[in-house]
Write a protein that binds this ligand. Sequence first.
Ligand code: PGA
Length: 257
Amino acid sequence: MTERTDLIVGNWKMNATHLDAIQMVQKLSYRLEPSDFDRVEVVVGPPFTALRSVQTVIEADQLLIKLAAQNVHWEAKGAFTGEIAPEMLAKLSVSHVIVGHSERRAMFGETDEIVNKKAKAVLANAMTPIVCVGETLEERDSDRTEHVVVSQVEGGLQGISAADIGRSSIAYEPIWAIGTGRTPSVDDAGSVCELIRSTVARTHGEEAAESVRVLYGGSVNAGNVKGFMAKRHIDGGLVGGAALDPDSFASIVRYWV
Ligand code: PGA
């Protein structure tokens, strides 16, 4: 059985100027021990305008914290006003890119097809996509969670090689749990993450399914993270609000303490 390293990602969303971001990553680094990084891959996702500043801090201070972008365009370059190409991120030492976050699906019209193109572009530039999936409250209440999540996983990962899936991550984020303080039970979250892994096993084979990291996201905090992390099929967390405070994010990273 593959040993999967835990992965905790802070999604800062549209928060933090580049000056705020510098302080946030420095404060976070003071609160983590070198040995924490043996157990957990720690990633922060500032807005585009702060990536270069955070990259500079990471390099200058030789931090083990990794850098994520929150979005990307799939084309390499061209007349796409306002968009950011994968290579622009890769050259800033961005290692992870969040794709298909529910806020982008709901507010910016991202479909599974777009998510799929973005995930492929991220992989083609040697970065790791964090593909987000999850149901609305209405879908949950009408017992469609499994159907929605399976089709988002299938659509988002279509045409990607098994080896690439093995180095990717999938974040299960029930939309009704994002920013609301509400969460599914750890058992429910664990079951959906298991379903995601079995879907990957069906579409891309056992090896890819054993290697892909499945994260839970939605109102993760220092108090509830340990419960989620105890589930066999949950390999980490995608954290929004609680990632903005370096103290609480550090406690989430050090969930076993
Ligand atoms: P939240 O956000 O932790 O504030 O619920 C999670 C996310 O949107 O990734």
